[in-house]
Design a protein around this ligand. Structure first.
Ligand code: HEM
Length: 252
């Protein structure tokens, strides 16, 4: 299904033949939703920034400004409609994804503690086992979901509430919309770096492009999802014991 170039990075078979076992991760609908949301988010961020930054204000004047506002509204409709289509067409998957994104466990705290050594300093021995989404991906999803709720409420009130809402309430909507923009754009930059630039996350991008991930990658990065809680816990405890022994021997 996926080119050999990707396959070569994964599992080594016999006689130099590379064999990769791919397992399904995202449906076609989920990928369309993800990429559609990415494109509309970027368009909203760019048109929104023209309205937000004083130095870009000349672009927000006259006919150009009218077009920017029109584009922002059109993209907002697409941005809001995409998740609704996902929920209507694949309600079970949508509920499953939402549940796993908002599920917090002790492993998330451990993952956060190990995140910097693992991703920045290559200390790869024992990361807390992760579900279908790792803690970082869950954090990204929660920020984007909550941010999108704020965008929708404040955006609709700005859109239809001009001249109707008291001026103070209208200004509060603008400020909240701006705060949501700053927070979600920062999160987007981190997400982009990890998904596209970071060498350890290559399989994440493959799965969002092709819908599958390699079994070896899932075993290493999503053990809870791949093995289930009991086996994942055993493997994690074994890895921690090995690391402790290694740390001890390097001290001695
Ligand atoms: C459901 C989604 C959204 C809706 C309904 C919405 C709606 C609106 C509306 C009606 C305005 C006022 C435009 C005007 O001046 O005429 C606005 C401004 C703005 N939007 Fe959105 N928007 C949405 C999502 C987003 C997203 C995802 C971003 C950025 C990532 C964003 C960033 C901004 C910014 C920065 C402004 C300028 C606010 C200011 O004047 O300080 N919006 N939005």
């Amino acid at each position: 299904m996926i080119g050999n170039r990707t396959a070569r990075m994964d599992e080594q078979g016999e006689g130099g033949v590379i064999r990769v076992r791919w397992i399904p991760k995202y449906t076609a609908m989920e990928r369309v939703f993800h990429w559609g949301h990415t494109v509309t988010f970027l368009a909203l961020a760019m048109t929104g920034m023209i309205l937000f930054f004083p130095f870009l204000r000349p672009l927000a004047q006259g006919e150009g400004g009218y077009l920017v506002r029109l584009m922002h509204r059109a993209m907002a409709i697409a941005y809001g409609t995409l998740p609704l289509i996902y929920i209507i067409l694949e309600p079970r998957r949508a509920i499953m994804s939402l549940k796993s994104v908002f599920k917090v466990s002790g492993y998330d705290i451990e993952w956060i503690k190990g995140m910097i050594p693992y991703y920045m300093f290559g200390r790869h021995e024992a990361m807390a086992p992760q579900d279908r989404f790792n803690t970082g991906e869950k954090l990204n999803a929660v920020v984007i979901i909550l941010g999108s709720v704020v965008f929708a409420i404040t955006g609709l009130l700005m859109w239809f509430g001009k001249g109707v809402l008291p001026i103070g309430a209208f200004q509060a909507m603008v400020v909240l919309h701006d705060v949501a923009m700053i927070v979600t754009v920062c999160m987007f930059i981190v997400h982009f770096f990890l998904a596209v630039v970071h060498p350890l996350m290559w399989a994440g991008l493959v799965s969002m492009r092709f819908g599958v991930t390699s079994a070896a990658y899932a075993q290493e990065h999503h053990a809870l999802w791949y093995y289930g809680p009991e086996r994942a816990e055993e493997i994690y405890e074994d890895k921690k014991a090995v690391r402790k022994a290694e740390d001890q021997s390097s001290v001695d």
